[in-house]
Structure formats: C-alpha cells, structure tokens
Design a protein around this ligand. Structure first.
Ligand code: MG
Length: 375
C-alpha cells in the first residue's frame, strides 16, 4: 500500500505517532489500528441512536449519525484512493468525526454550549477529540484510544484559540493558521457532500421537500433532466435515488479533478508542505461549490429550520438544560464513574464532567434520564 501513496499523503514513518508510545502492530498499519479502535469504541456504537437531522425515533429509514458517518467514510475513501492518499487514515477520521456530538443534533449542541457558557463552552469537534483522547476507557495502558497524531489532527476540525492553546501539539495549527493533512481536509468536505445528498433523500421521504422545489437547485435539475429523458416512466422515489446517485458522482468527480489540479499547481512534497500551503487544497471547483452551497442553503431553509424541527428544538432545550442544572446541583445523581469525577471543588471541572456525561447520551437515553431525574 505504501508504494501507492503520493508524496503528500500521510505516512506513519513521518508521523509524530501516539501520545503513549506502543509497539507497532504486526499485521496492520498504524492508521488501520486507529480505525479499528474507533469501530470498537462505545461512542461509535452510540452514534446509531443519535440524531443526524431527524430524531432517531421519528422513523427507521432516516439517517442516524452512524449511517451518516459510514456514508462520509464511503465518499472520502473513494476520493482518497483516486488521489493516492492514505485510505485507512481517511476512513479513521471519517468514522470518528462525529463521536463528540450531543444527543438531538445541533439543537442539543447549542443548548449544551449555552449551559457551559461560564465554564469554557462546549464545541462538538473538541468533544470528539476528548472522546478519543480521554473519555473512552478501554485500554489498560493509557486513557482514551491513544490514536496517531494525524487522526487526532483530522478529528479536531475546528477549535477556538482558547481551547487550541490547552491542547498542545494538535491545537498548534489553529494558532499558526496552518491546514491539516489532505486526509483531514478530505474527511471534512466528504462530510458536507454526504449530508447534502442524504438529506435530500430524508427530506423528500419526510415530505418536507418536493421534486418541484428541488428542481430549482442546479445540481438536482441537471441530473433530473438527464434521468427524466432516459427513463421517462420512472416513479418519483426511484427517480430521486437515481438523481442523488448522479449528484454524488458529479460532486465527487469534480472534487477529485479540481484537487488534482491544485496539487499540480502547489506541488507539495510532503504532508508538512500541505500543512504550510496557506490554503485548503481538497476543494471543488468554484462552479460546483456554488451549486453545492446553494443546495445546502435550500436544505437549511426547508429541513433544518422547518417548523417541525423547531418544535423539537424547544423540547430538546428543556431536556438538555434541565439535565445540566440538576446534575450541577447534585452530581451524585449521575452514574458512579461521573459522580466520582465530579466530586471536586472546582466548579469549572465539575461542569465539564456533567457536559461529558450529557454529551455521551443517546437521544432516547437523554429522554429517559430526564424523566428519571424530574420525576
Ligand atoms: Mg458529520
């Protein structure tokens, strides 16, 4: 596999490695080991019961954060192979990118962030890193999953300057305004490609958007005309699937070609050249990116801020903020492990433990906990 890697791909031989040194794996690469550790983590299994856009119990066919993460990984791996990047690293970052998400999607995250306002705030990217660095306790020799530097670098997609300063090596790039490696850049954009497309599917299924509305979107319309002409008899559901499949293809091919052109211009000779390039190199062409953004705005308007979602948001705010307040008042009502960690005089540390506990909850667990503690 190493022989196929481009010079600008991540290589374990050039990596700062793990926070706690370990012997090399016998039959896997270091990044494959990271991916495997992520798959075996508790936080990964919980993604199946966490909201992506639609709340988990609203229907069995909607994406959850788990299926979303797998779709991100699928898109990112295809591109990684085409560009001769490190596929195992790309997969590891993609599968881990949402591990720090709270229950109830962005409504949950915003509420928890508001609760944590006086205690350093709550950022889900930062939380994903906390999960793999500290909160998973599965290994005898170290806390967390002890992942490779490049995997951690990729998971920490955004970070405030304040958090960056506390994070050491992996936070440095936010202070120096450098980019992460290409595998991390790729996982980031694959995230946006995956949700833009699967949310068209889920939004249509939920009856929140129609084919007529979608036809105002250039990415959709272009494929609509092709598919309609070739398959005039196709029923709507199958038409939508065929269009989405082609939309993903269009965007992914454009991403590969445009990134290749960027790499030919900049000619990075190593992952460090990528980091210091001063700009993101894994990107779509301006034209396709504009269409992609237009679809994103459309989905925002019709899905993410739809009335039904807003109703949900109000309920979510109550659940999350009640839980936070009650556990801050009485940390003994949390499970032993969290209660012990929270038995400190430092209010800020206590709040962080409460936030860790709430952030780890699945949607239905949060609702059940809310019923238990408010009963
Ligand atoms: Mg995501």
């Amino acid at each position: 596999m190493i022989g196929e890697l481009a010079p600008y791909a991540a290589r374990e031989s050039a990596s700062p490695g793990r926070r706690y040194p370990e012997p090399a794996p016998a039959y896997r690469s270091e990044y494959q080991r990271d991916r495997d550790r992520i798959i075996h983590s508790t936080a990964f299994r919980r993604l199946v019961y966490k909201t992506q856009v639609f709340v988990n119990h609203e229907g069995d066919l909607y994406r959850t954060r788990l299926t979303h993460s797998i779709e991100v990984s699928q898109v990112a791996r295809s591109v990684a192979t085409a560009l001769h990047l490190n596929e195992a690293l790309t997969e590891a970052i993609s599968l881990a990118h949402d591990l720090g998400h709270t229950p109830f999607g962005h409504a949950g995250q915003d509420t928890l962030n508001a609760c944590m306002r006086d205690y350093g705030g709550f950022e889900h990217n930062h939380q994903s890193l906390r999960v793999v660095d500290e909160l998973e306790t599965r290994y005898a020799d170290f806390p967390g999953l002890n992942l490779m530097f490049e995997t951690r670098e990729g998971i920490l997609k955004h970070c405030s300057a304040r958090n960056a300063r506390d994070l050491g090596d992996v936070g440095e790039r936010f202070l120096k305004r450098e980019q992460p490696g290409l595998e991390a850049q790729l996982a980031n954009i694959a995230d946006a490609i995956a949700y833009n497309n699967h949310d068209v599917d889920d939004g249509y299924r939920a009856g929140l958007i129609s084919v007529e509305q979608l036809r105002e979107q250039p990415l959709f319309e272009r494929q609509f005309l092709v598919v309609r002409e070739r398959y005039p008899e196709l029923e709507d559901r199958r038409l939508i699937y065929e269009i989405i499949r082609r939309m993903i293809g269009t965007v992914v091919n454009d991403l590969i070609e445009n990134t290749r052109a960027n790499l030919e211009t900049i000619k990075p000779g190593s992952i460090d050249d990528v980091r210091k390039a001063g700009r993101v190199l894994v990107e779509m062409s301006d034209e396709v990116f504009e269409q992609h953004r237009s679809l994103k705005r459309f989905l925002h308007k019709h899905l993410y801020s739809h009335e039904k979602k807003l109703e949900m948001t109000a309920r979510v705010q109550t659940v999350v903020s009640d839980l936070f307040e009650l556990f801050m008042q009485d940390t003994g009502r949390m499970p032993q492990q969290f209660a012990d960690a929270a038995s400190t005089q430092d209010e800020q540390d206590r709040a962080r433990v409460v936030a860790d506990y709430i952030a780890g909850m699945t949607d239905r667990y949060a609702i059940a906990e809310h019923e238990r503690v408010t009963a």
